[in-house]
Design a protein around this ligand. Structure first.
Ligand code: DC
Length: 228
């Protein structure tokens, strides 16, 4: 029987596996709120960059202290990460944050801080949470756990299509594939598939198909006794 006060669907997987957009869509279909745990690591990295202190001087203590400037605000269908009280979507998705976020996400004290914020979000709302370790470290009791994977070339192709708004060339995809493989290596230790997660390889699935499969699984588990 679940000991969680609310229903939690945990969606984990490597960079550019489509976790965030799929999670957002699944949350909308189920009437849940989406929590993007990566947005907290990104928001904290943005706050640290705003201090002007060089990244090689960031300590675990200073990282946790800057956490006071970050909040998660519930909106209609998702939580938004605020930096100094304001949304900072463009900044937190930008290249400076992307370059330094793995360094921040590797720090155990930061991970504990993010995990506490994500758990708080799930106290009052049914949530779809996405990240790397939601089904293991944060919500080992989640009602449903999904681990999304896709071939690196396909992840690169999707990411570039979204970013460029056109069909990328093979050379462009090859360059982006290298970056994605490097990021996978940087994040490898924290990207963990739970033993009871459903593995979903999306290489040959459209996003609508991924969403349908997860929504169907969520409906199936919600009929189990003891799960709300
Ligand atoms: O998914 P993303 O690119 O927004 O993640 C940003 C960074 O945060 C990336 O380095 C992986 C890390 N991360 C993590 O370690 N654990 C999570 N639950 C979510 C993200």
């Amino acid at each position: 029987m679940s000991t969680l006060p609310r229903t939690v669907i945990a969606i984990d997987g490597p960079a550019a596996s489509g976790k965030s957009s799929t999670s957002q869509w699944v949350a909308e279909r189920l009437g849940f709120l989406h929590v993007d745990s990566g947005s907290l690591y990104r928001a904290l990295t943005a706050a640290l960059l705003r201090t002007g202190r060089p990244p090689d001087r960031w300590t675990s203590g200073s990282m946790v202290a800057e956490g006071a400037r970050i909040a998660l605000r519930p909106e209609q269908t998702s939580f938004t990460a605020l930096v100094d009280g304001r949304p900072a979507e463009e900044e937190i998705r930008g290249s400076a944050v992307t370059e330094h976020v793995s360094q921040v996400a590797r720090v155990p004290e930061v991970r504990a801080w993010v995990n506490a914020r994500v758990r708080e979000a799930a106290v009052e709302h049914d949530v779809v949470v996405d990240g790397r370790d939601m089904g293991t470290a944060v919500f080992p009791d989640a009602s449903l756990k999904i681990f999304l994977v896709a071939d690196p070339w396909e992840r690169a192709r999707r990411r570039l299509t979204q970013r460029l708004g056109r069909r990328p060339t093979d050379d462009e995809i090859a360059g982006e594939t290298d970056l994605i493989v490097q990021r996978d290596a940087k994040d490898a230790t924290q990207t963990v598939q739970a033993k009871d997660a459903v593995l979903l390889d999306t290489t040959y699935l459209t996003q609508a198909e991924q969403v349908e499969r997860i929504v169907a699984l969520a409906r199936a588990v919600s009929h189990r006794p003891g799960v709300t």
